[in-house]
Design a protein around this ligand. Structure first.
Ligand SMILES: Nc1ncnc2c1ncn2[C@@H]1O[C@H](COP(=O)(O)OP(=O)(O)OP(=O)(O)O)[C@@H](O)[C@H]1O
Ligand SMILES: [Mg+2]
Length: 459
């Protein structure tokens, strides 16, 4: 292979025999590996093509004028230039996670170290403890992810990391590790928004979607609707005005003495309960609004428990016996029929509720939350004029929500995309997948040493 000359660059030389057209450009400020990822060939070029090439070179810190108008670097076929091995790192809350993902979709490894045992005695995440645990686990988790993927650090093309939103102390641990790796390995870094990570979870291990879609992100800290275009531009449609749905699950579970995290426990209990035993408020807000509100339903459950007492002392067996013959459909007791934010704060007495079943309470609460989530998601899809819907985030693991979505979305002739259960809650595979999209949209993060954790980062 003949060394090639770039205008403005001192020389280019072949570096990798696997890619015949790959080369190393020697720019004004040193060596830049280029061809390994892009596999490019050089010809005479038009001015606009040169502009495009310069954009790519900027990603690699080659000075802007490195490619002059006399040369053309032809980008290879799409599949070729999308070969990219990314290590993802996620530490935004209470999971220390690392994963290696190829091309933004093939998951080679996915390691998650959960902190549930650390936080459960406190009934919620303790930020200081989360940071300390991340510090302890981050290196073993990254090492395990590389081992499981069968990759050496030097084989990675980029390091991706969650920059926000999340707990600042927790985010800083992941960011610190990512910066250190990127610097020591001389790899580029891609900073990722955690919510954009969740959005990619629905397509992990599958072909990426090419249609625009509406995405409901429903997690511990967020409940928001977006329209996502094929070019990965994200348009905000609506969000919660108070609690996130996952937060409502967790708070209700806590006040029922069910432990942390509560969503899974309520999901399990609700499977044996009557969703129509009690009617809790559903906040649809103003007509056509794509916003959510879950604090009212949480308050209604709190008022219920204050009035009728916690069911905690009952054993599951006792609850089952006491429940016999009660709470069938048609016996629905209305806790608040008025679907407005102010009215949802009210919870009214229901005759006979003093001998209620915990399962019925869980199922009725869950039903009210799921109803709103499903209805608003379909409303958003219609308003945005799309045929595809993705629902992601921790609460998308809820079995009742998944079942209702499958039924309702089909009725409305829409297509549903759900993450597999392991990718609903926080993981690093979704961060590495999102990083691939971020890179295609905006390139690598420049001056990555200056990146700071972002506690609130909302599209
Ligand atoms: N089966 C389930 N049913 C309902 N909720 C669930 C279920 N499984 C998990 N959750 C809820 O999902 C949330 C955790 O999800 P996730 O890890 O995506 O949130 P987070 O990362 O803490 O918040 P965010 O992504 O908004 O920063 C918790 O609130 C948990 O109760
Ligand atoms: Mg999350």
């Amino acid at each position: 292979m003949v060394p090639l000359q770039l205008a403005g660059a001192r020389s280019m030389e072949p570096t990798d025999s696997r890619f015949p057209a790959s080369f190393r450009a020697v720019g004004h400020d040193g060596f830049c590996e280029i061809g390994k990822t892009f596999g490019v060939t050089v010809h005479r070029a038009s001015h606009s093509e040169v502009e495009r090439i310069n954009k790519i070179f900027r990603l690699f810190h080659v000075p802007h004028d490195s490619v002059g108008p006399c040369l053309r670097i032809q980008l290879p076929i799409r599949s070729r230039w999308s070969i990219m091995l990314i290590l993802g790192i996620e530490t935004s809350c209470d999971e220390t996670a690392a994963a290696v993902v190829e091309d933004g979709k093939r998951v080679l490894s996915d390691v998650v170290s959960s902190q549930v045992a650390v936080h459960s005695p406190y009934g919620g995440v303790v930020p200081e403890l989360a940071s300390r645990k991340h510090v302890e686990m981050i290196l073993p988790v990254i090492a395990e992810a590389l081992t499981q993927a069968g990759k050496e650090p030097a084989q990675l093309d980029a390091i991706a990391v969650t920059q926000g939103p999340g707990l600042v102390g927790a985010l800083l641990v992941g960011l610190g590790a990512a910066k250190a790796m990127a610097y020591s390995l001389r790899k580029p870094l891609i900073a990722v928004n955690h919510l954009e990570g969740h959005m990619h979870a629905a397509f992990l291990g599958k072909e990426p979607i090419t249609n625009p879609f509406v995405c409901l992100v429903v997690s511990g800290g967020h409940t928001a609707l977006y329209r996502v275009n094929p070019d990965s531009q994200i348009k905000f449609l609506g969000t919660t005005r108070d609690d996130a749905a996952g937060e409502a699950f967790d708070k209700v579970a806590k006040l029922l003495g069910l432990g942390y995290p509560g969503g899974v426990v309520i999901d399990r209990l609700a499977a044996n309960g009557n969703p129509h035993a009690f009617r809790f408020p559903k906040a649809y807000l103003e007509k056509g609004s794509l916003d959510f509100s879950f604090s009212g339903i949480k308050t209604a459950v709190a008022n219920f428990v204050r009035r009728f007492g916690p069911p905690a002392e009952q054993t599951a067996g006792e609850r089952g016996q006491r429940a016999e013959g009660r709470g069938q459909r048609g016996e629905e007791r209305n806790f608040d029929a008025q679907p407005t934010t102010s009215d949802t704060q009210r919870a009214e007495a229901v005759p006979g509720a003093d001998s209620y079943r915990l399962e019925d309470l869980a199922a009725s609460f869950q039903e009210a939350v799921v109803d709103v989530l499903v209805d608003k998601t379909i409303m958003a899809a219609k308003a945005a004029g799309v045929s595809d819907v993705a629902v992601v985030g921790g609460v998308s693991a809820n079995r009742h929500l998944r079942q209702r979505l499958a039924e309702e979305i089909r009725c409305h002739h829409l297509r549903l995309h759900l993450p597999s259960l392991r990718y609903c809650t926080d993981n690093a595979a979704m961060i590495a997948a999102a990083a691939f999209t971020v890179w295609k949209r905006a390139g690598f993060s420049q001056n990555f040493f200056d990146l700071d954790a972002v506690s609130r980062w909302f599209y």
